[in-house]
Design a protein around this ligand. Sequence first.
Ligand SMILES: Cc1cc2nc3c(=O)[nH]c(=O)nc-3n(C[C@H](O)[C@H](O)[C@H](O)COP(=O)(O)O)c2cc1C
Length: 375
Amino acid sequence: MISRRTLLATQAAGISLSLAGGWVRPVRAQAGGPLAPWNVAAHADPRLAALAWAVLAPNPHNRQPWLMRLVGADTILLHVDLDRRLPETDPLDRQILIGLGCFAELLRLAAAQQGIAAEITPFPEGEPQPRLDARPIARITFRGSATPDPLFAVAGQRRSAKQPYDVTRPVPAAALARLRAALLAPDGFGAEAGDVTRLRDIAWRAWEIEAKDRPAWMETVRLMRFGSAAVAAQPDGVSLWGPQLDPMIAAGQLTPAAMEPGQEGWRFGFEQYRAIFEATNAFTWLVTPGNSRAAQFASGRDWLRLNLAATAQGLALQPVSQGLQEFPAMAGPYRELHALLGGGGTVQMLGRIGHPLRAAPPTPRWPMESRILAG
Ligand SMILES: Cc1cc2nc3c(=O)[nH]c(=O)nc-3n(C[C@H](O)[C@H](O)[C@H](O)COP(=O)(O)O)c2cc1C
């Protein structure tokens, strides 16, 4: 059991439970450790040099669903790891595909940084429906020259910041306009700042539905890594680690059982997240006219750009995806969000945006080399 005193101590220490990315914690990149990929290594092959950046892309539940095959001297085939999907909360693999779109765009920016154009061809063997399959998600060819994109400068600082934001500071319209200007498809951009009560209420209700839906919630619990040793063994999913949490985990105070719906760890996370939603004074979202696989993938590319453009302006961003999910219990918030924001299209991403109260730490990654398919 987690004692109330321990919970208060962790709160005082600034630790917050997050559902899809771990506890905010003071940990540093160590050689060979779960954060080592953030110290991006140099590689002679420009594709490897770019892939070392691409694995730092945002992606749902930090599943890191990418697999890459190097073909010839200049091509990468991007595949999805079919075992890294989220069938309960992402039954159509839409969010997993958005994460792969984020990956592809970060790869392209990292190639451009080397002066090389990376040409992205989505679904060269056709669009997978109704779920993703073994066919390539994209063929990416390194050919010709490109100029660096200024957004790349903050790629190492980009985060999904799962924390309360400073609601005493409004998010200026000019900052939102700069986010829009950074996108490949600016017409899909939406944002609201100031009184966001209605949107916040729907997004929070959606969060609550997911947290109380046993199959959906347990999908997250199964991805929790309890303690530094578990995170080192599996540097993905929801990482619960750091100097404050490791002793609690070793003492058996923080366990998978405590995270089950209604249990103490779950209740703690629930209250933390209520406070996080409360501390929100702006939202941003991306809409596509249709909902093709190409549209979902393109949305991911733009989410990465939006996240970088926010970082460049000192703004924090956190996706809040629950209400956009397609599992049956979410039908109500899904309808409400689409009526409010969709304009007849599909809302692909919704995020809180605001001024951070503190720096958000990086999340673990598998090394790029471990995700490359042989042959
Ligand atoms: C499609 C998509 C959906 C996501 N949904 C959520 C979400 O609902 N809540 C959340 O806190 N983070 C969400 N994230 C952020 C991921 O948890 C985050 O990218 C991952 O843990 C890696 O952390 P990083 O972005 O800080 O590198 C989402 C990311 C993507 C790409």
